[in-house]
Design a protein around this ligand. Structure first.
Ligand code: TXA
Ligand code: MG
Length: 326
């Protein structure tokens, strides 16, 4: 094993090398349209164990299984009629929790009767799944830290714990997939907001989608153990303020993180913009990279503006609130 991660490109030769490594039970960081994932053969427990070890992730936190197509979901999960209504979202940033099939190792599901499944869109990741079969992949960051949206983020935070990285460029969405739980008959629950909004899911399903209440940490831990209140956390403390409000800058070395450019500058802080124009999709794409950058800059505090609570802004605010939780 090399000391530093070996960058692989998305050339056919490098992707076959990555596929070979995955088939041999190694872990490989891969680009997806949401965030970089740390992939392993979803049906190989020894390979899955390496994912948990590299991330420092507790074994009680289940993994998402990535498959090639909606038809392939059948390999790992029981049939679910409502999936037909969600066809338009795949390939894409939607994860669905379903009843598992016995073939899925307990390490993937943390011993549950359910499995989380996604059909990703990134062509390099799709090529690897086509070559290897279903791949389990959590975000490729140490447990609890900010998710990676560039190959260099994976290298910076996992280092030699992840010897192989496929560099597929910056992630298109920049926040993790929307997670929808359909494992109970007749009930649809949103476990994690993401690029696909609750409203879009309700319109497609023709039925209400319950949002899991954030103020019930114990319940939440039951539903999606990785969704602890404190998550996506940079080391620098974060204070939040409402969209458009006047920020209060503490007397400290402070960074001000804004959703859009403002007419007047705020004194007492160095200002960073998530989007020049206030475009929420652009802001979501920029968020994790900017949090990592501010962490490196050694600010004492980050004062961050929340997004409008609509569309991908809901996911953005969810990640900001978790990053701010102490
Ligand atoms: O966009 C994404 O979903 C990225 C890319 C790599 O696909 N993956 C990702 O994985 O964000 P991870 O492991 O960082 O987050 C997956 C979340 C965790 O909070 C986990 O607890 C939850 O999905 N999860 C996995 N299986 C579950 C299940 N059977 N029931 C409930 N929650 C589950
Ligand atoms: Mg994660």
């Amino acid at each position: 094993m090399p000391d530093l991660p070996s960058p692989l490109s998305t050339s056919p030769a490098d992707l076959s090398r990555a596929a070979e490594l995955l088939r041999a039970g190694e872990i490989v960081a891969v680009p997806t349209e949401t965030v970089y994932g740390l992939a392993a053969d979803a049906l190989n427990p020894a390979a899955l164990a390496k994912v948990f070890a590299a991330k420092g992730r507790p074994l009680v936190d289940p993994l998402i299984v990535h498959v090639a197509s909606a038809a392939e979901v059948d390999r790992v999960a029981e049939p679910e009629a409502r999936l037909g209504r969600l066809a338009a979202f795949w390939p894409g940033p939607l994860t669905v929790v379903l009843r598992r099939r016995p073939v899925v190792p307990d390490l993937v599901t943390a011993g549950r009767e359910t499995v989380a499944v996604r059909v990703p869109a990134h062509p390099a990741f799709r090529a690897l799944i086509a070559a290897v079969g279903p791949l389990a992949a959590p975000s490729a960051n140490p447990f609890g830290y900010v998710s990676p949206t560039l190959a260099s983020h994976v290298r910076d935070s996992l280092g030699e714990r992840c010897p192989w990285i496929v560099d597929g460029g910056p992630c298109a969405h920049g926040v993790e997939s929307t997670i929808l739980d359909l494992s109970s008959p007749g009930v649809a629950r949103l476990l994690r907001p993401g690029p696909i909004s609750r409203e879009a899911l309700e319109a497609a399903l023709g039925a209400p989608v319950e949002a899991v209440v954030r103020s019930a940490p114990a319940d939440q831990a039951q539903l999606a153990p990785g969704m602890l209140e404190r998550h996506y956390s940079p080391r620098t403390p974060i204070r939040l303020f409402a969209r458009g409000a006047e920020p209060v800058i503490p007397p400290a070395h402070a960074a001000l993180l804004l959703q859009a450019r403002r007419a007047a500058a705020t004194p007492g802080a160095e200002t960073f913009l998530l989007s020049e124009s206030g475009d929420p999709a652009e802001a979501a794409r920029a968020l994790f990279a900017l949090l990592r950058k501010l962490d490196r800059r050694g600010f004492e505090v980050i004062v961050a503006e929340l997004a409008e609570e609509t569309g991908v802004g809901v996911a953005l605010n969810d990640r900001l609130r978790r990053a701010a939780a102490r």
